[in-house]
Ligand binder design. Structure first.
Ligand code: MRU
Length: 346
């Protein structure tokens, strides 16, 4: 069985290379924190929760390599590691959450020597990875009741096992419904330009024998008009305290279409994806990626050389288009501010 990310026995971080899927099933072995940062940046690992796990492991692997016995010198070097990892991708709040969790290990263990801190950091990173799978399974259980037997479900991007330590968020909800014996069928948007839907969602659903049909992004409206979609479920990279949902570019268009056709639009994400420090969607930093992602497909140019390109990687769906936010703690419905705050406090 393939794994998205794992801490290996020889203290390296091993990830399935998502830039190579589905053509090749190969693994990247990160020997140091720079390798981990690179893997996040070039999207060998991607998806908000998976990025959070990778960042935590990056901090741990960085800590193990610090050759200092003096605690304050060790902490100083570790903060440089954290800063470097934090600079890899801006939108998924889970990245910063993962790093913060690791910093808290230091705060909670003031007075411990460096070798103990190193062990605790490694243990924490491994724990975050294992916990993520449990969180997704709980989310799946909470969300499965929204999936009727026989449902045709649209999803965008990849919010699956590949985007997490395992099981997935949006695809976790779908998996849970499937595992309950419901006859379901998934339409996967291909998700231009990085093709997470075509390359990753289709791949992992087929591996699990969950019926999936691939469509291009511009087909979603037609399918809705034809009555072929019963509900939409997507993941998220950052949810504001009031329920604005940042997710892969194109999610907003799907949400508008769903509203127009009276189709429920669900978001599945761990509570760690909620950024309680911001309220409005305009406060979410939107990553812009290199233009080559748009002008080239698998190394082949598909646009005239020199064309101007805009490549924002995420968009923000306002709360009025969101039917419910499914987390591991329960299901939040509007008004999201109160519902999410309640879940956070539990
Ligand atoms: O750019 P990516 O592939 O990291 O974007 C991923 C998404 O937008 C996912 O939908 C989101 O991270 C949720 S993953 C459980």
């Amino acid at each position: 069985m393939w794994k998205t990310i794992e801490w290996s026995e020889n203290d390296t971080v091993v990830m399935i290379d998502q830039t190579k899927l589905p053509r090749e099933e190969v693994y990247v072995s990160c020997e140091n924190y720079l390798d981990v940062a690179h893997a996040i940046k070039v999207m060998q690992i991607r998806g908000a929760p998976a990025i959070g796990v990778a960042a935590a492991m990056g901090v741990a692997i960085g800590a193990l390599a610090i050759d200092e016995t003096d605690v304050s010198a060790f902490k100083k070097k570790l903060s440089e590691v954290c800063e470097h990892l934090a600079g890899t991708r801006p939108t998924a709040v889970n990245l910063f959450w993962g790093i913060e969790k690791m910093k808290q290990v230091l705060k909670k263990n003031e007075g411990e020597p460096v070798d103990v801190l190193k062990r605790l950091l490694k243990d924490k990173a491994i724990e975050i990875c294992h916990e993520d799978v449990k969180i997704n399974e709980a989310m799946g259980t909470n969300g499965a009741s929204f999936i009727p037997d026989g449902a045709n479900i649209l999803t965008h991007c990849n919010a699956g096992a590949l985007a997490t330590a395992g099981f997935g968020t949006a695809l976790g909800v779908i998996r849970a419904a499937f595992n309950e014996g419901k006859k379901i069928h998934v339409y996967a948007d291909e998700t231009r330009p990085f093709l997470q839907g075509a390359r990753l969602t289709a791949w992992e659903l087929m591996k699990d024998n969950i019926p999936v049909t691939l469509i291009t992004d511009n087909m979603a409206g037609y399918l809705m008009q034809q009555g072929k979609i019963d509900l939409v479920v997507v993941g998220s990279d950052r949810i504001t305290s009031t329920g604005f949902v940042a997710n892969k570019i194109g999610t907003y268009s799907v949400a508008v279409l769903a509203k127009k056709h009276g189709i429920p639009f669900y978001v599945a994400a761990p509570i760690s994806t909620v950024d309680f420090d911001i309220a409005d969607g305009s406060e979410v930093p939107i990553e812009e990626r290199e233009i080559r992602e748009v002008t080239h497909v698998f190394g082949e140019a598909i646009a005239p050389e020199g064309v101007k390109v805009f490549n924002p990687a995420f968009d923000v769906t306002p709360p009025e288009l969101v039917s419910a936010i499914i987390t591991e703690k329960g299901v939040a419905q509007a008004p999201f501010k109160e519902a999410l705050a309640k879940q956070r406090a539990e």
